[in-house]
Design a protein. Structure first.
Ligand code: FAD
Length: 811
């Protein structure tokens, strides 16, 4: 009788073991965890890691993964041996820029509920006596971080998972292939024979692609060799019997980290060119040859911070490998192959939270914490190509400890995707930002002349907040509000849904009513079973059985994957990504109609072409389809045309618009316009963790229309009431500044963090959005927002700030 299991987890490192433990906790049975190595020191990354848990992270999800891991590890023992040491972790600053960065990072921690304090050099030396306080300016201490015995933590989780017989662990068994039947997982082939199963969870980390490639799933990461070494015993630590007793230290100015290890000191370094290794070259024990030349500079720099290390020999040397993905985040979730799940690229630090998340995902299809940054479905095609993967993985290794500005632009590869407007934009001296591979204008330097016109209405910025910013964004914003702006929107994702089942399919996926007359535009969310917002988009009915789903450029692959996963099992619905076939311009502003009308034979008056409707237009010679909607909150249209007409269409509109004062406007203006109008941005203000009620989007839900995904959960939430609300705030101090993710305080207590922020140029206020507990969510509520450690007063206000009566949009 061939062996059959409900689930096979491949990989018994800390990620596979954590997943198994959490699945068992959720009631799963009949799980087999296979590893090619011996259990639990398998030879994977977990076996090599020094086990430091530095939880500080700009991502809320990753921060929670780490915070949860620490709680989980705290009471784990492996074969009676303690595995976790809550010694805390320090980040120290040598440079002034780093000291400021530490204040910013302290802000994330505070906003995300992670205890931390900033310390001066003497206070740091009290915690770690070997540090030279003269070498640093200060730092941050996170008391709940610590150090774990990584592979023993994995073993401890495995012991718990196996305790009631729900999970079996088997070492010395290499998986060689994954078998699909009718496109779904049915078995794995191991070096011991074939094993049938319903599902596979791949936790093979640096080897990930070897098996994923066999079922056609791209995992865009590379393994990077990375080294650390232990000194010979130090006289300063003679007789020290504790495994680790002092906080671990990150010295990011020199791309290094340290920890105490018995009588030795451990130094890890990223200060060398990345040594990229293909998953196919990893070998069985994941060790790479030690390179003295890569570690030389680390030896010198370590002694600079820890003088006791000067002249000491490094005796234990490890050059292991770990995963660097193209965007630095883990790769998790359901793949396009039914039954095939992945959980790859996860540090020991995040392994607890990752295990909880993948287990929830596999059990109920949703997760407690927003998974959009880690979702395997998030990648664009170009991000999976080997040249891109190698370049970006290497760059992420180089930048692992760098100070990254929120608007920092990648230098290479650039120019990958260009809209048909590109040459026009260049002529207008567009300052391009890369977004999902597209070159998009952030502002146009040629608009510098507008600055004089709007003098006094665009606050100056200096230093950090002025980086990757221009006052011209403000001028483009104001020109749009007062006359009209031409926005290139070529990166939009356009998905065509057609067929006899299209309407029913969309009605089941969307929270708003889709069954409306041909030519109607509907703004809607797609919800998950918990009522969380998975997609935020518009649906336009082009014909009885033909719809366009329009969504952002960045979230396109994610949204498309969600839609594909929910297709009915028959051929009644056809889904096509037509993004490259059509391009888009936004023409918005009070003069938009005056500009467009002379170019079209059709009647575009408000009666003939009302708000939230769509129709074909002949714009000069150009066949176009226009939607009367505006993310800027103005009269105007999103205009779609086959891509090859794009450049010509731009010219037509440009020539017609110039006498009316039309300005080309970039994404910087786009963002401040949408924020004035209170439009939520998916991935920032709304995500699968937030529901339409707390996000203020209940107006776009039609619970009475019949069954749709998430409806029941939403009804329950409505009955029970929400605990938090997405609120609009403004600074009451003109000095107030924020760029996103800053902590929000009510008195001394951090009650949330900033999800979106920008200056509202036409309102003359700095706008902030964030979720607040109901007690603080009423207009008039007084709060403070900390920017680089300095607090600025803010107040909750009614939203939207601009045109609440919709007179502009409906005009
Ligand atoms: P692994 O531990 O690599 O487990 C994958 C498993 O899959 C292996 O056991 C392997 O044998 C098995 N496998 C592979 N292919 C097959 C197959 N075909 N069939 C069966 N089994 C297979 N993280 C931190 O948080 N803090 C640190 O201080 C830290 N320092 C590090 C230092 C070094 C030198 C290295 C290399 C990594 C470090 N990391 C650190 C990263 C961390 O160790 C890893 O990200 C983490 O351990 C990955 O866990 P995993 O379970 O996904 O992978």
């Amino acid at each position: 009788m061939p062996e059959h299991r409900r689930l096979v987890i491949i990989g018994a490192g800390i990620v596979g073991c954590s997943a198994a433990y959490h699945l068992a906790e959720l009631g799963w049975e009949d799980i087999l965890v296979l590893d090619q190595g011996p259990l639990f020191e398998t030879g994977g990354s977990t076996s090599h890691a020094p086990g430091i848990v530095f939880g500080t992270n700009p991502s809320h999800t990753m921060s929670r993964f780490a915070q949860y891991s620490v709680k989980l590890f705290n009471d784990l023992t492996y074969q009676g041996e303690r595995c976790w040491y809550p010694v805390g972790c320090l980040e120290v600053a040598e440079s002034e820029a780093r000291m400021r960065e530490i204040l910013r990072r302290s802000g994330y921690n505070t906003g995300y509920g992670m205890r931390n304090e900033t310390l001066n050099p003497q206070e740091i030396q009290t915690l770690v006596p070997l540090i030279d306080p003269g070498a640093i300016q200060g730092g941050m201490f996170v008391p709940d971080d610590g150090v774990g015995k990584a592979w023993k933590l994995a073993g401890a989780l495995a012991e718990r998972a196996a305790k009631d017989g729900a999970v079996e662990f088997r070492g010395g068994t290499a998986v060689q292939d994954i078998i699909l039947e009718n496109g779904r997982v049915t078995a794995v082939v191991t070096d011991q024979g074939r094993l049938y199963c319903e599902q596979v969870l791949l936790c093979t980390n640096i080897w990930g692609s070897v098996l994923a490639d066999k079922v056609g799933v791209d995992l865009p990461f590379m393994a990077c060799a990375h080294h650390y070494a232990l000194t010979e015993p130090l006289p300063e630590l003679a007789g020290e019997t504790r495994w680790t007793a002092y906080p671990a230290v990150r010295h990011q100015d020199r791309a290094m980290y340290f920890r105490h290890w018995g009588e030795s000191w451990c130094t890890g370094s990223y200060r060398h060119e990345p040594r990229i290794v293909s998953p196919y070259q990893v070998g069985k024990d994941a060790y790479w040859a030690w390179r003295d030349d890569d570690f030389e500079v680390a030896i010198e720099d370590a002694a600079h911070l820890f003088p006791a290390l000067r002249g000491r020999r490094y005796i234990e040397k490890v050059n292991g490998m770990f995963v660097f993905s193209v965007d630095g985040f883990p790769i998790m979730g359901p793949t396009e192959v039914p039954g095939f799940w992945v959980s790859i690229g996860i540090w020991v630090t995040h392994s607890g939270g990752a295990g909880k998340t993948i287990a929830e995902w596999m059990t109920r299809g949703t997760t407690e914490w927003d998974p959009h940054e880690i979702d395997v479905a998030r990648f664009h095609e170009f991000q999976k190509k080997p040249a891109f993967v190698t370049a970006r993985s290497a760059q992420n290794y180089r930048e692992v400890y760098d100070i990254i500005h929120p608007l920092q632009q990648m230098e290479r590869p650039r120019g990958l995707r260009k809209t048909p407007f590109h040459e026009h934009l260049k002529k207008l001296e567009a300052v391009f930002f890369a977004s999902a591979g597209w070159e998009r204008p952030q502002w146009y330097a040629a608009n510098r002349d507008l600055l004089a016109e709007f003098e006094g209405r665009i606050p100056e910025r200096r230093g950090w907040e002025a980086q990757n910013w221009s006052p011209i964004q403000g001028a483009e914003h104001l020109a749009t509000r007062e006359r009209a702006g031409l926005f290139e929107l070529g990166a939009f994702t356009k998905i065509e849904v057609s067929g006899p089942g299209a309407l029913g399919y969309l009605e089941r996926l969307c929270a708003n009513r889709i069954d409306r007359p041909v030519g109607k535009v509907v703004y809607t969310s797609m919800l998950n079973e918990s009522g969380g917002i998975v997609c935020d988009l518009t649906v336009t009915r082009l014909a009885r059985e033909r719809f366009w789903v329009l969504t952002g450029g960045g979230s396109g692959p994610h949204d498309l994957a969600w839609m594909r996963r929910h297709l009915p099992g028959d051929v009644s619905v056809h889904l096509a990504d037509v993004s490259s076939q059509y391009t888009t311009l936004g023409l918005w502003g009070p003069r938009a109609r005056e500009i467009l009308a002379p170019l079209v034979p059709e009647d575009i008056s408000n009666t003939a072409f009302p708000y939230y409707s769509a129709r074909s237009l002949s714009i000069g010679e150009v066949p176009a389809y226009a939607l009367r909607v505006s993310y800027a909150g103005e009269l105007g249209w999103e205009i779609y045309t086959p891509t090859e007409y794009g450049a010509y269409l731009w010219q037509l509109l440009w020539d017609a618009g110039r006498p009316h004062g039309l300005a080309a406007a970039g994404m910087g203006a786009f963002d401040s316009l949408r924020l004035e109008k209170g439009y939520r941005l998916w991935g920032q203000d709304i995500d699968p963790e937030s529901n339409p009620i707390e996000a203020g989007l209940d107006w776009a839900v039609r619970s009475g229309k019949g069954e749709f995904t998430g409806r029941r959960a939403l009804e329950q939430i409505r009955e029970q009431g929400v605990r938090r609300k997405l609120c609009c705030m403004v600074f009451t101090d003109r000095q107030g500044m924020a760029l996103g993710k800053e902590p929000i305080f009510a008195g001394d207590r951090a009650v949330g963090y900033v999800t979106s922020t920008n200056y509202g140029y036409s309102r003359g206020v700095h706008i902030l959005y964030g979720y607040l507990p109901l007690a603080h969510a009423e207009p008039g509520g007084e709060l403070e927002v900390a920017y680089f450690g300095k607090r600025y007063p803010a107040v909750v206000v009614e939203e939207p700030l601009f045109d609440p009566g919709m007179a502009r949009m409906r005009g």
